[in-house]
Design a protein around this ligand. Structure first.
Ligand SMILES: Nc1ncnc2c1ncn2[C@@H]1O[C@H](COP(=O)(O)OP(=O)(O)O)[C@@H](O)[C@H]1O
Ligand SMILES: [Mg+2]
Length: 228
């Protein structure tokens, strides 16, 4: 599903954000990506989306060599990925339902399908009753649930979440991670970068730890901290 083969990423500034990263993530896996700020987590997720390209090595997503993908093929790649950000990125002047529908409109979904699909996605995250509200009326946890609905409404095979609970209180953070786990149970591959030890330790899923751009640990059913 996702394969990094000897991947290095050096930014034009000279910073080596990733070095010699080789890892394979299979369909249906749930993976936590951990490591200190600056260790390369966001860069790892950006390479999968072709927001950044590797300097060395290959990033393969669903059989596509993403680093070599022509610009015209990038939208098709991104349609197969659902993405959630720490800072939500909802459109402030659109309702909850419109924010979720937007993801379908830009991908040219048949208009008669949009309503039912939006309803399904909002029900999945428990936000259907708030469909007509503007994002500013929602709590942070509720906004992030809408973002999750926006990420899954296109039925992607992979959901990428970059510190999705970074701005949330513990209870809201736990709800988001439980929703991600439920989405994973339906077969969607889920990759979550996080700084939150509690969530990682409760779920006991695969943990990939980055330090200064290198994978220093890759453990099935891991904890946030390495056990020695
Ligand atoms: N667009 C960029 N240009 C230059 N350096 C960057 C850029 N994005 C990230 N970096 C650097 O790359 C390293 C890894 O960053 P990042 O992938 O954001 O790590 P993390 O998400 O783990 O905090 C850091 O040293 C960071 O400063
Ligand atoms: Mg980051």
């Amino acid at each position: 599903m996702i394969h990094f083969d000897g991947v290095g990423k050096r930014y034009p500034t000279g910073v080596a954000a990733l070095s010699q990263v080789t890892v394979r993530i299979d369909p249906g896996e749930f993976v936590f990506l951990v490591g200190p700020t600056g260790s390369g987590k966001s860069t790892f997720l950006k390479l999968i989306q072709a927001i950044e390209r590797p300097t060395t090595g290959r990033v393969v997503v669903d059989g596509d060599d993403v680093g070599a993908l022509p610009a015209a093929a990038v939208p098709r790649l991104r349609r197969r990925l659902g993405v959630v950000f720490q800072e939500f990125k909802l459109l402030p002047d659109r309702t909850v339902a419109d924010n979720v529908a937007f993801a379908l409109r830009v991908t040219g979904t048949d208009p008669v399908e949009i309503g039912p699909r939006v309803q399904w996605a909002l029900e999945t995250v428990g936000m259907a009753p708030r469909a007509d509200d503007l994002p500013a009326r929602l709590s942070g946890g509720e906004q992030q649930r809408v973002c999750l609905a926006r990420a899954i409404v296109t039925r992607p095979r992979v959901v990428l979440a970059d510190e999705p609970t970074g701005n949330l209180d513990p209870e809201a953070a736990w709800e988001i991670v439980q929703l991600l786990a439920r989405i994973n149970l339906r077969g969607t591959t889920v990759l979550v970068s996080t700084h939150n030890p509690t969530l990682v330790d409760i779920l006991r899923r695969r943990v990939i730890e980055l330090c200064a751009g290198r994978i220093v640990r890759d453990e099935a059913r891991g904890l946030y901290q390495a056990t020695r």
